[in-house]
Design a protein around this ligand. Structure first.
Ligand code: FAD
Length: 593
C-alpha cells in the first residue's frame, strides 16, 4: 500500500495546534505564507508517494552492502536521492545565503514527516545533513562555511554526526578518538567510531563528517571534547575534490530494522591521520553539538510521527476490507469488515489519536524553534527558546514511544497477516524500534526533562506552558458542547496531576535526586499526554472557526474526546507512579539478582 500525506491534518496541526497562525498574526512569524506551505507539502507528498514509498520495501529486503570501504545503497536509491536533491528539498529551511529557501523549520518538519512516513531509511540521510548544516552554520569559520555549506544545503554532499564509540554511548564524554594539531592549523584524527548513520554511501560524490574527538591534555569528560569537520574527499582551493581522506567505513551493522540506512563503523587515521578542521573552539565541541540537539531530537520525534501515521493508514485500510464476524446486533448471514468491532475501533482510534497528539507536540516544538531564532521581539525569542527546550524531550521521546506502540497496534489490527512480512506492517515495527534509542535514548530524554529543563529554571518554562494549556481547557469547558464529552474535566484533572508531580520533582531534584530520576519516564509521559490532549483540543476548537478546516471539525472533536477519555485519564496513575514509585525502584535491588 502506498502512502498519502495527510495534508489537511498536518495543516490543522501546524496552524492551530502548534499555534503558528496565532504567532504569525501577532507579528512574530515574518511573512508567513500559508498558501506556500500548502503548496510545498502537497508537492512533497506527491514526490514521496511517487518516488520514495515504492522504494521502502525493496530497501528493507535488499539492505546495503560494503566492499572495500564503499557502501552500496539499494537499487533505485541513489537515483531517487539525486532527483530529490535536485528538486531542492534538502535546503528548504536553510539560509538563502547558502542556497537554501529560508522557509520556516516548521514547514521543513512537515516535509521530514512525509519523507519518514514514505521511506524512513531514506529520510534519515537528510536529517543527518540538516544537523551538519546547523552546526556548521552556527559555529564554522567563514572559510569552512563558504566551502562546505553550499554543497550540504544543495544536498550534493551529505553530512554525518559522529559521536558514538564502543565505550561512549549515552556517556559521550567517555570518547577516545584523538586529534592532533598540525603546523598548518588543520588536525589529524585517529580512532574509531561505531553506529554512524550513512557513514558511507553511493548517493553523492562527497560526505562531510562531523566528528567529536579529544585533543592531547584535554579535560576529562564532556568538557574536553572538540568538534571537527572531516571530509570523505579533501576539497582543493578551487573547490574541486582532491585526495581521499583517511576516514573509511570498515564495517556495517546487520540490524533489526532500517535495513536500507547504512550504520557504519568508521576507522580514522589508519594511514597517517584523517585530516580534520576545527569547528568552534577547542574543547567546546559539546556546546556546538548542543546547538543542533533541539533540532536533531525534534527530527527523530518527527520520524516517529511519520512511521506511526504510515502504520495507521495501512491498518485502517486493512480493517475496512478484512471481513470477520458479524457486527453485534446485526444478525443474518455473512460477515462484516473488522472495523465494526469496538475492540478494533479502539485500536485504530488509539493509533490515530496518539499520532495526532505527537504530531502537534512536534510541530509546536518546531514553531518554538522558529520563533526562538526569528521573532523580532527579544522577549518572544527568549520565551520561545525556553519553550523549545522544554518541549524537545517530549517531541523526541513521546513521539517515538507512541510510534512503537502504534506500529505494534498496526500489526495487531492485521491479525496473523501482520506477522507476515508481505503486508508491510511488520516493517514499521522493526524500523520504529531504533527511534527510542538513537539521538539520546528516551530514558536520557526523561532525565533531561526533569533534571535540566524542569530543574534549570525552577519550573518557569513549565508554568508558562501550563498557563497556556489551562486557557485551552477553559475554552473547552466554556463551549459546553456535549460532543466533547468529559474532555474538559479530564484535561483539567490531567493538568492538576502535572502540577503536583512537577512540584514533587522540583523538591526531589534537590533533596533526593535518585527519587526524581526514578520518576522521570512516567513524568515525561504524563506531561506529554496532558500537553498533547490540550493541543488537540485547541485544534478541534479552531477547526470550527476556520473555513479551511470546517469539514474536519466534527472528526477532530471526536478524536480529541477519545484521547481525553481513554489516554489523558491515565494522568493520575502516572502522577502516582512519579511521586510514589521511587521507593519501589531504589530499594528493589534484591529483586534484580
Ligand atoms: C541504527 C543506529 C544508528 C545510529 N546512528 C548514530 C550516528 O549517526 N551517530 C552517532 O554518533 N551515534 C549513532 N548511534 C548511536 C546511538 O546514538 C547510541 O546507540 C545511543 O546514544 C545509546 O548509546 P548505547 O547504545 O551505547 O547505549 P548505552 O548508553 O549503553 O545505554 C544502554 C541503556 O542504559 C540506559 N542508560 C545509559 N546511561 C544512563 C544514565 N546515565 N541514566 C539512566 N539510564 C542510562 C540507556 O537509556 C539505555 O537504555 C546509532 C545507533 C544505532 C543503533
Amino acid at each position: 500500500m502506498t502512502y498519502r500525506a495527510p495534508l489537511i491534518d498536518m495543516l490543522l496541526s501546524l496552524h492551530h495546534g502548534a499555534g503558528l497562525l496565532a504567532a504569525a498574526e501577532a507579528g512574530h512569524y515574518n511573512d508567513y505564507d500559508a498558501d506556500m506551505t500548502a503548496a510545498v507539502i502537497e508537492e512533497a507528498g506527491r514526490f514521496a508517494a511517487d518516488r520514495l514509498a515504492p522504494l521502502n520495501r525493496v530497501g528493507d529486503q535488499t539492505g546495503v552492502t560494503l566492499a572495500d570501504g564503499h557502501v552500496t545503497t539499494p537499487p533505485g536509491w541513489a537515483d531517487a536521492y539525486r532527483t530529490w536533491a535536485e528538486a531542492g528539498w534538502n535546503g528548504i529551511s536553510s539560509p538563502e545565503s547558502f542556497g537554501g529557501q529560508g522557509l520556516p523549520l516548521a514547514v521543513h518538519a512537515i516535509c521530514n514527516e512525509i519523507w519518514s512516513a514514505a521511506n524512513i531509511s531514506f529520510g534519515l540521510c537528510p536529517l543527518l545533513t540538516s544537523g551538519a548544516i546547523e552546526a556548521l552554520a552556527a559555529h564554522g569559520s567563514e572559510a569552512l562555511r563558504t566551502r562546505y555549506l553550499p554543497h550540504l544545503v544543495a544536498g550534493t554532499w551529505t553530512g554525518t554526526m559522529q559521536l558514538t564509540e564502543p565505550q561512549a554511548g549515552s556517556d559521550v564524554g567517555a570518547l577516545r578518538t584523538r586529534a592532533e594539531k598540525q603546523p598548518d592549523g588543520s588536525y589529524r584524527l585517529f580512532g574509531s567510531k561505531i553506529f554512524i548513520t550513512y557513514g558511507d554511501h553511493d548517493m553523492t560524490e562527497n560526505i562531510v563528517h562531523l566528528v567529536l574527538a579529544r585533543l592531547p591534555g584535554a579535560p576529562a569528560g564532556t568538557r574536553g571534547i572538540t568538534l571537527f569537520l572531516v571530509p570523505k574527499f579533501l576539497v582543493n582551493e578551487d573547490g574541486s575534490l582532491g585526495a581521499r581522506n583517511d576516514i573509511v567505513a570498515s564495517g556495517i551493522e546487520h540490524k533489526l530494522g532500517m535495513h536500507a540506512s547504512p550504520t557504519c563503523t568508521m576507522s580514522l587515521g589508519d594511514h597517517g591521520g584523517a585530516v580534520g578542521y576545527l569547528i568552534g573552539e577547542e574543547n567546546k565541541g559539546m556546546a556546538c553539538m548542543f546547538t543542533m540537539m533541539n533540532q536533531a531530537r525534534l527530527n527523530v520525534g518527527i520520524e516517529g510521527v511519520g512511521i506511526a501515521d504510515r502504520a495507521f493508514q495501512q491498518a485502517l485500510a486493512y480493517a475496512q476490507e478484512r471481513k470477520q464476524g458479524r457486527a453485534v446486533g446485526k444478525g443474518g448471514e455473512g460477515s462484516d469488515p473488522i472495523i465494526v468491532h469496538p475492540d478494533v475501533k479502539r485500536n485504530l482510534l488509539l493509533m490515530r489519536s496518539m499520532t495526532a497528539a505527537a504530531r502537534t507536540i512536534c510541530y509546536a516544538t518546531a514553531v518554538a524553534i522558529d520563533l526562538s531564532h526569528g521573532a523580532v521581539d527579544e522577549k518572544v525569542r527568549a520565551a520561545a527558546h525556553a519553550r523549545a527546550a522544554l518541549l524537545t524531550p517530549l517531541a523526541k521521546a513521546f513521539s517515538t514511544d507512541i510510534a512503537n506502540e502504534v506500529a505494534a497496534l498496526g500489526v495487531q489490527v492485521h491479525g496473523g497477516m501482520g506477522f507476515i512480512e508481505e503486508t508491510g506492517a511488520a516493517q514499521y515495527v522493526r524500523d520504529a524500534r531504533i527511534l527510542t534509542i538513537y539521538e539520546g535514548t528516551n530514558g536520557i530524554q526523561s532525565i533531561d526533562l526533569v533534571m535540566r529543563k524542569l530543574g534549570a529554571d525552577k519550573g518557569a518554562a513549565l508554568r508558562d506552558l501550563l498557563d497556556e494549556l489551562s486557557g485551552i481547557v477553559a475554552k473547552v469547558e466554556a463551549s459546553n458542547d456535549p460532543a466533547f464529552g468529559a474532555t474538559g474535566a479530564v484535561l483539567r484533572e490531567a493538568l492538576g496531576a502535572v502540577t503536583r508531580a512537577s512540584e514533587w520533582l522540583l523538591e526531589k531534584i534537590v533533596s533526593a535526586p535518585n527519587d526524581a530520576l526514578a520518576g522521570a519516564t512516567p513524568y515525561l509521559r504524563l506531561l506529554s499526554t496532558a500537553t498533547g490532549g490540550c493541543l488537540l483540543a485547541r485544534e478541534a476548537l479552531a477547526a470550527r472557526d476556520d473555513d479551511a478546516f470546517r469539514d474536519q471539525a466534527a472528526g477532530h472533536v471526536l478524536l480529541t474526546r477519545f484521547f481525553a477519555e481513554n489516554l489523558a485519564v491515565q494522568a493520575q496513575a502516572l502522577e502516582r507512579s512519579v511521586t510514589g514509585g521511587a521507593d519501589s525502584i531504589n530499594n528493589a535491588d534484591a529483586a534484580l539478582t
